[in-house]
Design a protein around this ligand. Structure first.
Ligand code: HEM
Length: 425
């Protein structure tokens, strides 16, 4: 990749064209060299065009993610969607963001705690154990359908269907609604991208409204017992006044959509193992290394590319003052490879200890689904290693080029089996 591509020389030195970079398919494939170069200039940058702050240093990322001055409510972003000017001149943008705003992800304390508290217990490691037999059964069912020795796409054949099945089963989505829900999730997912075309915004708004109608009818249907299961928890919280209707519906949508994110870890992680056959062999030889190996997969090829914060008050982030009302973006591919925190950060080492990566964010908003992600990944990699003593690439993997907030694979062509073909592990 040409080193100069994202820089324009000016009197004040090289400037970074952030939005070109963040949407460039080459960058999205492998952002690490660009992010390293930018982090080495300084750990916190401000985009002179939009005023957005970019946080790349590990310590600064942690400070920003955990500071009470830095919230998650994008209504406070002084240059964002919640302005009279946007409301009047761009009602589509205003309506889309304001209709999806009421939910824990976008709430500051104390509203955030009130909403997150409804689900926190259900997503604890201990409470998720009852899902393990179902996850194992789904892994087996999906792998049974993949022809051994033939080229298969791991993403379409295993990673996405597994993630989707978990969301379907956990939220009891009827089979005839599964494709429709997946379509809504795909349209809504682009909201995390920050940059959206008018057509994408329109699709997302249609998806949001239809998804809400579906969920409202579902909650009213009486098929879920209040307090039981993820949907029942929402019903109980609505009935006792903990959450209003919009919060109840938006939180459910985010949780159903969040469940599908596990696929990025399965694809990115398996590809990383295949690119490091010595590490894959070590893991096969010692399954006790699976937990640290999964953490290293999450650090090395993070499926989530950034977190957002909006300054509630002025906040000193490292050497940079972030004024109230500013949007700050913490870049995962930079912070997870900061040599200030990780020795040999560009080395994939499944025994890395400790491994305090930031892929699930940090602070009050840390990913609610992280225990589920780890449980699923452990079951999936165990199933793969139990079943196949040989896994190799059967073509070039293709990375997503359409989302700057996510780093995942579109296709991962593999040959799975007991056959010994070439240099695979
Ligand atoms: C590999 C998969 C996943 C990754 C990398 C990931 C990453 C993240 C990140 C970075 C955040 C923002 C944290 C912050 O702002 O500090 C987040 C929040 C969240 N995630 Fe995940 N996530 C994954 C899977 C899931 C799953 C499976 C679920 C649900 C079942 C889920 C539900 C949520 C929710 C509800 C929030 C908002 C929490 C809050 O604001 O309090 N995520 N996730």
């Amino acid at each position: 990749m040409a080193e100069h591509r994202f820089e324009q020389s000016g009197p004040a030195g090289p400037e970074i064209d952030w939005w070109t970079m963040l949407t460039d398919p080459e960058y999205l494939k492998s952002p690490y060299a660009d992010l390293k170069r930018i982090r080495e200039q300084k750990p916190v940058h401000q985009d002179p065009v939009t005023g957005v702050y970019f946080v790349l240093g590990y310590n600064e990322f942690r400070q920003m993610a955990t500071a009470p001055e830095m919230g998650r409510d994008t209504r406070l972003w002084s240059n964002g969607w919640n302005r009279d000017e946007v409301r009047q001149n761009d009602p589509l943008t205003y309506n889309l963001f304001s209709e999806f705003q009421p939910q824990m992800t976008n709430a500051n304390a104390p509203d955030h705690r009130r909403q997150r508290g409804v689900y926190e217990k259900a997503y604890r490691t201990s409470d998720l154990q009852s899902f393990l037999p179902m996850i194992e059964a789904e892994c087996a069912r999906l792998l049974d359908a993949l022809p051994p020795g033939e080229p298969v796409d791991f993403m379409d054949g295993f990673a996405h269907p597994l993630s989707r099945s978990l969301a379907r089963i956990a939220f009891q989505i009827p089979p005839d609604m599964e494709d429709q829900v997946a379509e809504w999730i795909a349209a809504l997912g682009l909201i995390g991208n920050i940059i959206m075309s008018p057509e994408q915004k329109q699709n997302a708004q249609t998806a949001l409204r239809e998804f809400k109608v579906y969920l409202r009818d579902r909650l009213a249907s009486g098929i879920d017992r209040p307090g039981e299961g993820f949907v029942g928890l929402a019903i109980a919280a609505f009935a006792n006044g903990t959450m209003d209707e919009d919060e109840t519906l938006n939180n459910l949508i985010t949780l159903i959509a969040g469940g599908t994110a596990t696929a990025t870890l399965l694809g990115n992680g398996l590809l990383t193992l295949l690119r490091h056959p010595d590490q894959f062999a070590r893991l096969r030889a010692n399954r006790d290394l699976l937990n640290p190996a999964i953490e290293e997969m999450l650090r090395f090829e993070p499926g989530c590319s950034f977190i957002l914060r909006v300054a509630i008050k002025d906040f000193q982030c490292g050497e940079v003052n972030i004024p109230a009302g500013s949007l700050a973006i913490g870049l995962m591919g930079a912070t997870n490879r900061d040599p200030e925190r990780f020795a040999d950060p560009d080395v994939f080492d499944i025994e890395r200890q400790p491994n305090p990566h930031n892929v699930f964010g940090a602070g009050a908003h840390i990913c609610l689904g992280k225990a589920q992600v780890r449980l699923t990944a452990k079951a999936a990699f165990t199933a793969l290693m139990d079943r196949y003593d040989h896994i190799e690439l059967a073509g070039d993997p293709v990375w997503w080029g359409h989302r700057s907030d996510q780093h995942g694979l579109h296709t991962l062509p593999l040959r799975l089996g007991a056959l010994r073909l070439g240099n695979g592990t």
